[in-house]
Design a protein around this ligand. Structure first.
Ligand code: NAD
Ligand code: UDP
Length: 331
């Protein structure tokens, strides 16, 4: 059961689409801890029931199994809707690219319509991928991006760009209260061992003393944000009285190369792993770092958890995850 901390969400009815996933499940915990009633709507495409199993019979929580690309099930009215529904890891979102695109376009449209009917506040989980392989560094919200619209990442990148377009059209046309978070690479407990992204791959490979896969020369950069920091940013963005009018970057500005991340994880795990090179995936962005000035100004938010501390918790998570791959609640 969750404890009630600050109570800002008392009585609010909140829908979290994609709430069984990595970030979504942490968001659900934070909402419940602050007094909200939460409905998770998820198809369990990449999310897991185990991520919410600790909630047991919590009275303020329920889940609904549904795919957002389909007409939404009948549910009582919501005050707030978070849309996190969409596979986020390249191997997962590329497995069925048409479905990924439809999830962001048709699915977001369904949720926006629902928010309009309910008069609910709406938050869209967008992504740094809207900047593509950026020519502007670090990335500010005013940069329009450099996305290949026909490549293998496009189903995700262009889907998310379209979702942003729809959200801001609903804001302009229907006066919907819309917030858009451009989330940069986020990591932490409840990531899946088979997620395919760099933090989960490297940590799991290091723990198993298996070769660590570095794509390309490892000189490409990313900026990694711990999930608790990210969730705090999402909460503040949703709670802000006035809609910001435009997207807000949420991420950790500490930038590092993939090779540096591998060296850090190797040191922290004491692994005997060697490094194995793989080809750089098509359209893999070379550099990525958020400019978070806007989040700092509007939300008073900046990440608090140092990478080493976040990695420690993540390594501990994967150590137990590898031992017990999934803890499923009784159905
Ligand atoms: P995740 O894959 O763990 O979570 C996504 C959730 O959405 C899963 O529970 C999945 O089952 C569900 N889902 C997918 N398609 C669906 C559909 N059609 N209908 C209903 N449910 C569906 O990924 P995550 O890392 O938790 O990401 C959550 C959100 O944040 C995503 O929208 C993602 O694009 C965005 N984001 C994440 C990151 C990151 O680094 N993790 C970075 C940028 C943006
Ligand atoms: N990457 C890597 N080894 C892996 C997985 C990913 O070197 O096992 C690289 C990948 O090519 C990219 C970076 O790490 O340059 C981050 O990849 P991830 O899939 O985590 O996120 P994204 O590319 O979506 O930012």
């Amino acid at each position: 059961m969750t404890s009630r901390a600050m109570g800002e969400q008392d009585g609010k009815r909140v829908l979290v689409a994609g709430g069984a996933g990595f970030i979504g499940s942490h968001l659900v915990d934070a909402l419940l801890a602050r007094g909200a009633s939460v409905v998770v709507l998820d198809s369990f495409l990449t999310g897991r029931r185990g991520n919410l199993a600790h909630l047991g019979r919590e009275a303020r929580f329920e889940w609904v199994e549904a795919d957002v690309t389909r007409p939404l099930p009948r549910l009582p009215r919501f005050d707030r809707i978070f849309n996190l529904a969409c596979a986020a890891s390249p191997p997962h979102y590329q497995a069925d690219p048409m479905h990924t695109m439809m999830t962001s376009v048709v699915g977001t449209n369904h949720l926006l319509e629902r928010a309009r009917e309910d008069g609910a506040r709406f938050l869209q989980a967008s992504t740094s991928e809207v900047y593509g392989d950026p020519e502007v560094h670090p990335q500010t919200e005013s940069y329009w991006g450099n996305v290949n619209p026909t490549g293998p990442r496009a189903c995700y990148d262009e889907g998310k760009r379209s979702a942003e377009t729809l959200a801001f059209d609903f804001e302009r046309v229907h006066r919907l209260d819309v917030r858009v978070a451009r989330i940069f690479n986020t990591y932490g407990p409840r990531m899946r061992a088979d997620d395919g992204r760099v933090v989960s791959n490297v940590v799991c490979q290091a723990l198993a003393d298996e070769p660590i896969t570095v794509y390309g020369d490892g000189e490409q950069t990313r900026s990694f944000c711990y999930v608790a920091d990210l969730v705090e940013g999402l909460m503040r963005l949703m709670d802000r009285e006035e809609a910001p009018g435009g997207p807000v970057n949420l991420g950790n500005p500490r930038e590092m190369t993939v090779a540096e991340l591998v060296a850090l994880v190797s040191r922290m795990t004491g692994t005997r792993s060697t490094i194995t090179r793989r080809p750089l995936p098509v359209d893999d962005p070379q550099r990525r770092r958020p400019d978070i000035t806007r989040a700092q100004d509007l939300l008073g938010w900046s990440p608090q958890v140092p990478l080493e501390q976040g990695l420690e918790a993540t390594i501990a998570w994967f150590a137990q995850e590898i031992l017990t791959p999934e803890i499923r609640p009784a159905e």
